[in-house]
Design a binder for this molecule. Structure first.
Ligand code: SAM
Length: 272
């Protein structure tokens, strides 16, 4: 696909999700908020997004995580933010940003107040987004999230077989995660919710490099709004050179991949 067509497709998608969908679902205030913030952004060089990490811990120990457990916990004790503190932050930033990423290096669903936090931000007309490993997504939690006003949810599913998933997502259970993702998407259809936008994320690695057609099929099957095939990284701040060599040999894809969703060149991304 040419770069221009990709750009047009992307622009249309952004317009549809952030403007059209909201107008069609009586979220006029959110659209007004977006325009105001974008005006401040372009005219006043202000930011349009913020990241709030509501905890600094995760229930997985992914083999190549850019923020590995050992490193975080050596520097900071595991902590979870309370609702009042989150609300204070939102009150401070709500007139300055439109998009709030309610996660960073943590698993957002570990925070027991996450749904209330999202609701609070959404009621302030903000677009919220989380990325999750989906392991804690019970039916009750899924229904609560679907009713929270969350703008986007990203499911990190880096393998479509037990072996490939669990080699990369250490601590995860393949059947549980894929079952939770299916259930969430089924409930979204049943409840006829236009939000959250569902993104399926697939980090390309040696164990899943042959599954691109399968992940595309799966994304269609669950009616995901977006599939994000992500290049693999090994952060130099997280791993020393020796560790990166070992992880690289184990996890970097062994093939060049040329696909409309991703172009992966071993020589560009690899680490030898
Ligand atoms: C540290 S996780 C935290 C959010 C959440 N717990 C999750 O699983 O999505 C943030 C992001 O890092 C990504 N990630 C982990 N290892 C990676 C790698 N080697 N290359 C690129 N992204 C990676 C995860 O897939 C996730 O999207």
């Amino acid at each position: 696909m040419s770069k221009i067509i990709k750009k047009i497709k992307y622009t249309w998608q952004v317009f549809r999700w952030f403007v059209l969908d909201n107008l069609l679902h009586s979220e006029v205030k959110k659209v007004g908020h977006l325009f105001l913030i974008m005006l401040k952004h372009y005219l006043g060089a202000r930011p349009h997004s913020a990241i709030i990490e509501t905890g600094n811990t995760c229930n997985f120990q992914c083999a190549t995580c850019p923020t590995p457990h050992k490193l975080i916990h050596a520097r900071r004790a595991p902590m979870i933010m309370g609702l009042a503190e989150f609300q204070k932050i939102i009150d401070h930033i709500k007139n300055y940003v439109h998009i709030v990423y309610v996660y960073n290096s943590n698993e957002p669903l570990l925070n027991p107040a996450i749904v209330e936090m999202i609701k609070y931000a959404s009621q302030a007309n903000l677009h919220t987004m989380i990325s999750t490993n989906a392991s804690l997504l019970t039916e009750e939690k899924s229904r609560a999230i679907l009713n929270s006003g969350l703008g986007e949810i990203r499911f990190a599913l880096d393998g479509l077989t037990k072996q490939s998933f669990e080699a990369f997502r250490v601590g995860g259970n393949f059947e549980q995660v894929i079952g939770n993702i299916r259930q969430f998407c089924r409930l979204k259809q049943e409840l006829k919710k236009h939000r959250p936008i569902v993104t399926l994320q697939f980090i390309l690695n040696r164990y899943n490099q042959d599954q691109i057609p399968d992940i595309k099929k799966f994304a269609k099957e669950i009616k995901a709004d977006k599939l994000y095939i992500k290049p693999f990284i090994l952060s130099p701040y997280a791993y020393n050179e020796e560790e990166r060599k070992v992880l690289s040999r184990k996890f970097f894809p062994t093939k060049d991949i040329n696909d409309e969703e991703i172009v992966y060149k071993k020589s560009v991304y690899g680490f030898s």
